[in-house]
Design a protein around this ligand. Sequence first.
Ligand code: SF4
Length: 219
Amino acid sequence: MGLLNRLDDPIQGDGIILGTVEDILNWGRSKSDWYLQFGLACCAIEFMALNASHFDMMRFGAIPRTSPRQADFIIVSGTVTLKMADRIKTLYEQMSEPRYVMSMGSCSNSGGPYWEHGYHVLKGVDRIIPVDVYVPGCPPRPEAFFEGLVKLQKMISTQAIFRKREKMSPEDLAALELRQKKVREYQERVKQENADYNDVNRKIYTGYSLDYLKKEESK
Ligand code: SF4
């Protein structure tokens, strides 16, 4: 629509549109962006509403894909546990360039309610992949998500596509590597500090106390 609006322009009107090839390609790219949905926890439930008829996300030209190879951007919505973090990173690496990331909700943005005591939660998906748009909220309203989507589309429509995405500066690269190192150290520490991890999990899943389980096992 951006290009068609120029028909009313006093200079570019009369049925003539002046623009660059890049304008036209970017117009197409930004209005037909396909996405890979990575839904986790309660934010993913909200995301389902986005796709239903009332909010109708497809009117923005965003269409879901099941393969990362066909997706222009990935939406990470919800709580990123350390176990899932590796999977998200792998999927991101399988997407072709140019690729984008939307982080939906406080958990994915920063760890959310699990920021302080969630030993199993990554404190922001941007610790493992670069995020282009953050949508705040717990969970975000659909309108907030759409604002983020429009921001992403604007970003795509003004991007230089005949140059590769600018490479990261040595400083940014060093900062990213440091962050990844810290996450690995953190995962190791969690494993060591929770030697009884399986017992804890069983307790959570079965609802029985550890004492009860141990007593049962000793019978
Ligand atoms: S941000 Fe809130 S609503 Fe979204 S997954 Fe986390 S706890 Fe659930």
